[in-house]
Structure formats: structure tokens, C-alpha cells
Design a protein around this ligand. Sequence first.
Ligand code: FBP
Length: 330
Amino acid sequence: MKGQRLAQFLSQEQRKIPGATGELTMLLNDIAAACKAIGHEVNRGALAGNLETVGSENVQGEVQKKLDVVSNEIFIRSMEWTGHLAGMASEENEEIIPIPSKYPRGKYLLCFDPLDGSGNIEVNLSIGTIFSILPAPNDNPKTEDFLQPGTRQVAAGFCIYGPTTIMVLTTGNGVNAFTLDRDVGDFLLTHSNIRIPEDTAEFAINMSNHRFWEEPMRRYIDECVKGKAGGREKDFNMRWLASMVAEVYRVLMRGGLFTYPMDEKLKQKGGRLRLLYEANPMSFIVEQAGGMASTGRQRILEIQPTGIHQRVPVILGSRNEVARVVSYHQ
Ligand code: FBP
């Protein structure tokens, strides 16, 4: 019920799964603790010197902010000792991250983007941590053991560091959200069984790429912009927050269509957003909340990954609008 502590909610959910060992429950509680620590650093911002760039570039060729590096370190150090993981993959690390031999290993793999939306750090807009949990085929995983389609995810979630810090979570039985109560230092259930409205009049896209999009996406967005004057049954509103966690959270709260589609500039790379630790966890959450997530040509969760940093086009949100975009790609 509302106000329930995250640990109590997870324990209750665990009891619904016959034979559950409690490993996933403990792992999710450890992830929540890591997100609280990252949120603390995010909230300190300039006061902790966290807004500077560190001059290095990550595997994506993106200039790293100190907060990117700090968040990545916090997540790795908070998770490696837990005994629930056989390995990790991070947006900030080129190779998979092994569990140090001094720590026990567990039966899960953890893929994560420690701080998504980092372009928003110095302008004080919402950013977040995204994570995806896969079964580990063995306790000494190689890179190819991470290359599992999103349908294999055991759990996924994100923590958004905004006016409030909110953890959104699915273990395959619906989507729930927990707001951090700073007085007691705990995540409390505030949004139960979140459902995305099937229809929407709001789309989110970076319009400056219009001339680079494929024709089906140009057609869809041009129709939305024209609204009733262009043949749609309603007029549309637009949002673009340059922070996937913030966009997806808004879609969960009031519906919408979020997309970072394929474009000419990104063709070589395969898209903007990464499959393992952005598109897959967000698609799992969106589908669990009654929405739809596609590349335009394929259900995202069914993509067979070819690399841990593989990028894909993303179109997700209110089912009827995503279905329309998919139909334009046929
Ligand atoms: P990072 O993980 O490097 O932050 O990149 C992902 C992202 O910030 C998404 O959160 C967001 O939707 C998108 O890039 C914004 O891209 P652009 O800056 O081209 O609008």
C-alpha cells in the first residue's frame, strides 16, 4: 500500500514467486542504496566540485563530467561486493566489469548507465541512473554472456534525480515508483501499478535532427505538427528534455511518445541510445506499464544484441501512437 518502504514491497513481491531465494530482492535493495548515494552527489552539484569536466572521454567518445565518473565509481563499488552478481557492464566502461576475486559471485548480470542525461548536469535539469538485470549463464561471464535479448531481463528500473528522487521498478509484474523520503532516508511507494494511457497528444523528439530522419518518422512528426490541419484528429504538444529518464518518467505519468529515431548522422553507429542499458530497461518498463517500444521495424526487447554498447533507434510510449509510427515504417 502507499507509503510502504521499498524493502517491504520487495519482500511482499518475493513471496509471490515460488522458490524465490531472495537474491533478487537483496540485489534491488543494494541498487536502491547505490542510487541514494549517487543522488546525494548529484544534489551537491557545484558544492562538491561535481560539475566540472574531467577532460577524459568515455568509450562513447563523450567528454566525461566528474559526476559521470563519480556516479560510475559509486555504482561499481556499491555492487561488486554484494555476492548477487557474476559481472557488470556500464556505459562508462569499454569492457565488461568483472567481480573482484575476493568477493562472492551471484546469479545475475547488471547493465547500467550510471548517469543518463549528463548533458543536463551543469544546467540543473533532471538526470538519472538506468539499470537492467539479466540472468548470468555462469559465474565467470564473458562479453557474449551479456548479449541477451531484452525479453530475458529479470528486472529493470531507473532512478530520476529531479525535484524529488524517484525509483521506478519492474520485476515483470507491473511498474511501481518509490519516492525518496530524505527524513528517513528510504524509498516509499508512491505510485502503484503505473499504466501508460494508450493515446496521447504529446510527442518528444529532438526536432533539430528533422532533415536527417528517415521518411516514415518525418511523415509522422510533420502530421503531429500540423495536427487537425494536417489530417490528424487532434493537435499535438511537444517536449524535449534531453534526458531519457525524465522523458520516460513523463510518459509513465501522463502518456506520450518519446523517440530518438535513426538519422543520417547516426546511421554508422546504429542510433543514439544504447540497447543494453538504456533501450532495453526502458522498453521493459514501458511494456510492463501497457505501452509499446519499437525501433520502427522491430520490438526492441526482441533484438539480439551484437555488442554491449550497441545503439538502436527508440520509439516508445502510448501504444496507439507507437503502433502508428510502426505502421508508417512497414
Ligand atoms: P547520455 O547517456 O550520454 O546522457 O546520452 C543519452 C541522452 O542524454 C538521453 O538521455 C537523451 O534522450 C539524449 O541523449 C539527448 O540527446 P541530444 O543531446 O542529442 O538531444
